[in-house]
Design a protein around this ligand. Structure first.
Ligand SMILES: [Zn+2]
Length: 57
């Protein structure tokens, strides 16, 4: 999966999954973490959805 931040293909799948079971990835190029959700507002955040919801709530 290509990095949504820098479009590098050098991303690694992480063992950690989000609360909803989405796979997470880490880009060794720009040090960003992201997940497989595309087209959602959460896609551009560096934090897991559960953390974002905690902050929002
Ligand atoms: Zn990147």
């Amino acid at each position: 999966m290509n990095c949504p931040y820098c479009a590098a293909a050098t991303t690694k799948k992480r063992a950690k999954k989000t609360k909803l079971g989405y796979a997470t990835f880490f880009c060794s190029q720009c040090q960003h973490s992201f997940n497989e959700r595309t087209g959602t507002p959460f896609n551009y955040l560096a934090f897991p959805t559960d953390i974002v919801l905690l902050v929002v709530l």
